[in-house]
Design a protein around this ligand. Structure first.
Ligand code: SAH
Ligand code: SF4
Ligand code: F3S
Length: 483
């Protein structure tokens, strides 16, 4: 549900940090049991499915009950200090369990593993194994090392690894919507951001393996895929030289960009919805917007994080665009995809040197765009980033938090306004399951990614229905199915 959750003054959403995903029960009862908890962005959730797949091949079962687990993995996030603190608190809890069950293997995966490397073993005595995001194929070997009584670490970052050939085990799946990683890493070096250091260089996955995964999901009853990358607009794949003759013969493109990839996935089946995240304001092209307009099944929703509405702050952030450039992109989206296209954002308050006037620019930009939804954060300095090296974290915490409250309040007003515009309209909704509040109601999302709730009647998960919106809150549209 696109609901803002206030937590210690920081707003985190489904895409952001500190959400917990517990692995699904899938037991044959014969083998060692793996329990995985994921934190952070969807990339991490998607990676946990790759980890489960790699270990399933080695005979591991998954369990949703940590008490029955032989191997416990936390797939971690480093994006803000609080994300790391959450993981450390969880390790302390798990320590109590480990005291009763000393043979239980505890591993830290993901971005915190990559950032801290073997230091994590010294800082958190309970940890047996540390594996960075590009080291998951090595997990069976690393587990073997722990079985032999050693601690195990692999935080090697690769320039090639995309796990393209691994078919993820869908954990926690509703059987209708799934994520597909299309690229890994990030080359952008936004000055506040730890991701380039924890995920390494950007690389794009073979588009034909992406289409094959989408096709397989469709055949298994899935009706929506979300293509994932830190900056999907810089997706670019070119086949190896030695493949060239073969591919030319088959009439396959030499180089595939993001607009072309979208087109390829959209053609899998008109009944398969396509979403994608995250778009970058400096890289999103008209070509992408036109491709979205051409295909009914590419959802009309763009997550286009602005971070700040002030050009000088954007420069200090090294975002590669100005306020005017960003506004121009919003205008293009509205021109090509219309007013109903959903637009959401990420914003940071109190970044180094941000003045009160510059903060006001973020508020006026929000007034211009009127986002449907936003993930909002106050700046958290991350060791090793460009900002940590070059600039003082000079906005007092109280000021950061006050500015955050101001943008949250504005966003709440805009979310409600944008939802009120939808009352009286009919939307096609893909049903994802029961509403959170009652099993008498179902919920799904419309093309613009808004959650729509309606009476269950005889409708089923995975079906498309047309819903007339009768009322709304800032987070949800409520209505009834019409023929
Ligand atoms: N690749 C995406 C962002 C991934 S991180 C993009 O470029 O938009 C998700 C969000 O976390 C960012 O958009 C940013 O708003 C926030 N974030 C990243 N680093 C942060 C930091 N040091 N402090 C606070 N928020 C941060
Ligand atoms: Fe971080 Fe910027 Fe890359 Fe996004 S684009 S992951 S904010 S460096
Ligand atoms: Fe967090 Fe790593 Fe994602 S730092 S936001 S889990 S890429």
């Amino acid at each position: 549900m696109q609901q803002l959750i206030e937590d210690l003054g920081v707003l985190d959403g489904t895409e952001a940090c500190e959400t917990v995903n517990v692995s699904k029960e899938n037991n044959t009862g014969k083998n060692r049991k793996l329990y995985i908890e994921s934190y952070g962005c969807q990339m991490n959730f998607s990676d946990s499915e790759i980890v489960a797949s790699i270990l399933a091949k080695e005979g591991f079962d998954t369990t949703a009950d940590i008490n029955t687990a032989d191997v416990v993995f936390l797939n971690t996030c480093s994006i803000r200090e609080k994300a790391e603190q959450t993981v450390r608190n969880r390790l302390t809890q798990i320590n109590t369990l480990k005291k009763q069950k000393p043979e239980m293997l505890v591993g830290v995966l993901g971005c915190m593993a990559e950032r801290l490397k073997s230091k994590l073993l010294e800082e958190e005595k309970i940890v047996d194994l540390v594996a960075g995001p590009d080291a998951y194929r090595d997990l069976p070997q690393l587990i073997g090392q722990v079985d032999d009584g050693e601690k195990a670490v692999n935080t090697f970052l690769s320039r090639e690894e995309t796990y393209a050939d691994i078919s993820p085990v869908r954990l926690n799946s509703n059987g209708v919507t799934a994520f597909i990683s299309i690229m890994r890493g990030c080359d952008n070096m936004c000055s506040f951001c730890v991701v380039p250091f924890t995920r390494g260089r950007e690389r794009s996955r073979d588009p034909y393996s992406i289409v094959a995964e989408a096709t397989d999901l469709f055949q298994r009853g899935y009706r929506e895929v979300t293509l994932l990358g830190q900056n999907v607009d810089s997706y670019k794949w070119s086949h190896e030289e030695n493949n060239k003759a073969f591919l030319e013969k088959k009439g396959i493109n030499d180089v595939v960009n993001f607009a072309q990839l979208l087109e390829m996935v959209a053609r899998v089946n008109p009944e398969l919805r396509i979403r994608f995240s995250t778009s970058h304001p400096k890289d999103i092209t008209d070509d992408v917007l036109h491709t979205m307009a051409r295909h009914e099944n590419i959802c009309k929703y763009i997550h286009l994080p602005v971070q700040s509405g002030n050009t000088r702050v954007l420069e200090v952030m090294n975002r590669g665009y100005s306020r005017e450039w960003y506004i121009n992109k919003i205008d293009r989206i509205r021109e090509i995809l219309g007013e109903d296209c959903g637009i959401s954002s990420d914003m940071i308050t109190g970044f180094c040197t941000e003045t009160e006037e510059e903060h006001q620019d973020t508020l006026t930009l929000m007034d211009y765009v009127k986002y449907d939804f936003a993930y909002m954060f106050f700046y958290s300095e991350r060791p090793g980033t460009l900002a940590a090296k070059k600039f003082a974290d000079d906005v007092p915490e109280a000021v950061k938090k006050r500015r955050l409250q101001e943008i949250i309040q504005k966003q709440n007003e805009h979310s409600l306004l944008r939802n009120q515009r939808d009352v009286g309209k009919v939307f096609t909704v893909l049903i994802e399951g029961h509403s959170k509040k009652s099993t008498d109601y179902l919920q799904g999302r419309n093309s613009a990614n808004k959650v729509v709730v309606f009476p269950k009647e005889h409708f089923q998960k995975g079906q498309y229905v047309n819903v007339l919106v009768e009322k709304c809150t800032g987070a949800t549209l409520l209505g009834k199915v019409v023929s």
